[in-house]
Design a protein around this ligand. Structure first.
Ligand SMILES: Cc1cc2nc3c(=O)[nH]c(=O)nc-3n(C[C@H](O)[C@H](O)[C@H](O)COP(=O)(O)OP(=O)(O)OC[C@H]3O[C@@H](n4cnc5c(N)ncnc54)[C@H](O)[C@@H]3O)c2cc1C
Length: 470
């Protein structure tokens, strides 16, 4: 198919370059082509997804259909079966919603290193006029985008779909919540708006070139992943499930969130993090539901602080700090104080195996670890305590960082997320925090949490009884 008129394409070029959510990774003229391809990566949803909407908008300007490409990694260095089940459940739901909207879906099993090449080949097979993808600040994904832009012959746009304030507007790494908060709040009126679910003008017609793997749970047979971690029951992936969880939270637990969110025995938080991590829900959907809820202003504000300010601070950290997954990414004052205490005597040294099996001397820590292993989710208040104790019981802060990350990413359904890198950097290396006196063994000036104090702040006996390891 040959694209005849130039005016709509010029109009499209104008909005690409004027919207800060959109980065032009590869420029060029989408004058020829049969479709617009959207490479769905982090924003794995067909609902209120700004990247999909950008693809539809471009396709409508060009009078072309949209097809979504999804590369299912055959193997993964960290993710295991519990993550893959959640992901594929989401994919099945998303594929159903896409088909309903007249949008094509092509799922391909890919090797991690070959993702960009497979995508570029797909674009050639379907004669793409242009391609769109979504941003993910993690290193490997940034590399895929770079490789794709190098080899693709048509324009490539990437859309920052999983933040409310486009992360490019913050320009550099922000020091702490107190420095990013005023910047985010100043920009929110421009960006905290409902995302449309526009209709494509031209429906996709299935073709041999875009043949897809069947979006079903059988996809799990295609992957060769670690099956040693128990599968989580009672939580399922997908936008439909995520929206139901959001409705339950807003209807029943948002009221009281500000005062009860740090009480792990109550399950007072949203537990939406796995849906946000896999992009089954977007932050706009969650934030707007909470803003419009019939709950006290104090509770709504406390939740919005977490899902907007804290979450986007974590994304800012990963986007602008190249050492986001190691101790070196923390501030010089923190590295200095940890180094000064590196040789302090450790009262307990627990091996990785003991930690993984929740076999430490600390019943609260063991309960938190057990919650994570069984449920794929640990309460946020205990994540802080849990990681700080790993610092206390490891031979060095760098080893503690690695151990915490390994356990977190292996067992949390929401693992491998910017929030995890920032949370561990906060707990072990004082990231986004300040120095706390007096100096303590091992911690130096890093904020300390004791078993006694932490246990007093909530009904720790009830929590331990619930999660006591068998
Ligand atoms: C050591 C440590 C490790 C962590 N690992 C992860 C992780 O792997 N993945 C992950 O998503 N979060 C992680 N967090 C951040 C936070 O603990 C979880 O996002 C939160 O507990 C998830 O539960 P929820 O959805 O019920 O949160 P809610 O209290 O209901 O908050 C709603 C949403 O706001 C965001 N949010 C809440 N707290 C934070 C925070 N402190 N920082 C950034 N965003 C936040 C999350 O997206 C969350 O889903 C970690 C924190 C620490 C201290």
């Amino acid at each position: 198919m040959y694209f005849r008129r130039h005016k709509p394409h010029n109009r499209a070029m104008e909005w690409w370059s004027s919207d800060p959510r959109i980065a032009i990774r590869r420029a060029g003229d989408p004058a020829r082509g049969s479709c617009v391809v959207y490479w769905m990566q982090r924003a794995q949803r067909a609902f209120e997804n700004p990247a999909l909407e950008a693809a539809i908008r471009a396709a409508n300007e060009l009078r072309l259909p949209v097809v979504v490409f999804f590369g299912l990694l055959r193997t993964h260095p960290v993710a295991n079966l519990r993550h893959y089940i959640f992901l594929v459940e989401g994919l099945v739901d998303t594929a159903r919603r896409l088909k309903h909207r007249g949008i094509g879906v092509a799922i391909r099993a890919v090797a991690g290193g070959g993702s960009a090449r497979t995508f570029v080949k797909f674009c050639a097979d379907v004669n793409a006029a242009m391609a769109v993808t979504d941003e993910n600040p993690l290193r490997h994904s940034a590399r895929w985008r770079k490789d794709t832009a190098r080899f693709l012959r048509v324009p490539l746009l990437s859309v920052d779909a999983d933040v409310i304030v486009p992360s490019v507007l913050l320009e550099r790494e922000q020091y702490a919540a107190r420095t990013i908060r005023p910047k985010i709040h100043a920009l929110l009126p421009n960006y905290l708006k409902p995302v449309r679910n526009a209709s494509p003008l031209v429906a996709w017609k299935p073709s041999a070139q875009a043949a897809s793997l069947e979006p079903s749970m059988h996809l799990l047979r295609m992957v060769k992943v670690d099956r040693s971690v128990p599968v989580v029951s009672g939580i399922h992936g997908g936008t439909t499930r995520g929206l139901a969880a959001l409705r339950r939270f807003v209807g029943r637990r948002l009221k009281g969130y500000a005062s009860q969110r740090n009480r792990p025995e109550l399950d007072a938080t949203s537990q939406l993090s796995p849906y946000l991590h896999f992009g089954h829900l977007g932050p706009h959907t969650v934030a707007i539901a909470v803003m419009n809820a019939d709950a006290p202003a104090r509770d709504r504000a406390a939740f919005l602080e977490e899902v907007i300010v804290r979450r986007e601070l974590a994304i800012n950290f990963v986007r602008y700090n190249r050492d986001y997954d190691r101790l070196q990414g923390c501030e010089p004052w923190a590295l200095k104080t940890l180094a000064a205490h590196a040789r302090d005597r450790r009262s307990y040294l627990h091996t990785y195996r003991q930690l993984e099996r929740a076999q430490t001397h600390d019943p609260l820590w063991n309960a938190a670890q057990t919650q994570m292993v069984r449920n794929g989710w640990m309460h946020g208040y205990l994540r802080m305590y849990w990681a700080k104790k790993i610092l206390e019981w490891s031979r060095s802060p760098a080893e503690a960082f690695r151990t915490a990350l390994r356990l977190n990413d292996r067992f949390e359904l929401d693992g491998r997320d910017p929030n995890g890198f920032a949370g561990i950097a906060w707990a072990v290396g004082g990231k986004h925090d300040r120095a706390w006196g007096p100096q303590r063994p091992i911690y130096g000036m890093i904020r300390y949490m004791s078993l006694q104090n932490t246990s007093r702040k909530f009904n720790s006996k009830a929590y331990i009884a619930r999660w006591a390891a068998d």
